[in-house]
Design a binder for this molecule. Structure first.
Ligand code: 4BW
Length: 150
């Protein structure tokens, strides 16, 4: 069996997997939850990054967190959506990588995260790497390996 460290698949620069910041749906910390819910529903995504006005990553917000924040004592209280801001409910603890992180690290983070945020060395948000892009690449690689073994 090939030594994993020498394995070409793990040497792949992560840059080629990044969905650039301009293409990533996002909200800002002081947006209302109502706005965030509209962005999430319209984009079709379950969770998206929260960026400040200087494009620094501040957190992640999901539909589940927004729905949870609407739960009152006995009923849903949708009026809370425009009184509460994204910054009040977003997650601030999440895994993120720098632009030169090894493929292996991103792959291992993707086990528990559907997407990984990528920052440059100045801390600016560059984009995301989705689990589906990593799996598509690995799938292609495995098929190539199989062809060469025949
Ligand atoms: O609108 C969609 N377009 C496409 N082409 N695929 C979609 C869309 N919405 C969902 N999907 C599919 C993707 O395969 O469902 C998967 C789970 O979506 P999610 O998590 O739960 O909303 C998608 O898998 P994925 O491409 O590996 O994306 C993983 C997660 O990355 C998504 C979402 O939270 C985030 N994401 C992906 N592209 C994004 C994005 N967030 C913001 N902007 C983007 N452009």
């Amino acid at each position: 069996m090939q030594n994993l460290q020498e394995c070409h698949v793990l040497q792949q620069p992560i840059e080629s997997f990044i969905i650039s910041a301009e293409e990533v749906a996002h909200v800002q910390p002081d947006n209302s939850l109502e706005h965030a819910l509209l962005v999430l529903v319209k984009s079709g995504y379950t969770a998206i990054p929260v960026l400040d006005t200087s494009f620094k990553l501040r957190g992640l917000i999901s539909k589940a967190q927004i729905l949870d924040s609407m739960i009152g004592i006995e009923k849903l209280e949708p009026e809370r959506l425009h009184k509460t801001s994204v910054g009040d409910v977003m997650s601030i603890s999440f895994q993120c990588v720098s632009e030169d992180a090894p493929f292996e690290k991103v792959l291992s983070y993707s086990i528990n995260n559907p997407f990984i945020c990528v920052e440059n060395h100045q801390g600016s948000f560059l984009g995301i790497i989705t689990r589906s892009k990593l799996l598509a690449y690995l799938n292609g690689y495995l098929h190539e390996q199989k062809k060469h073994q025949k």
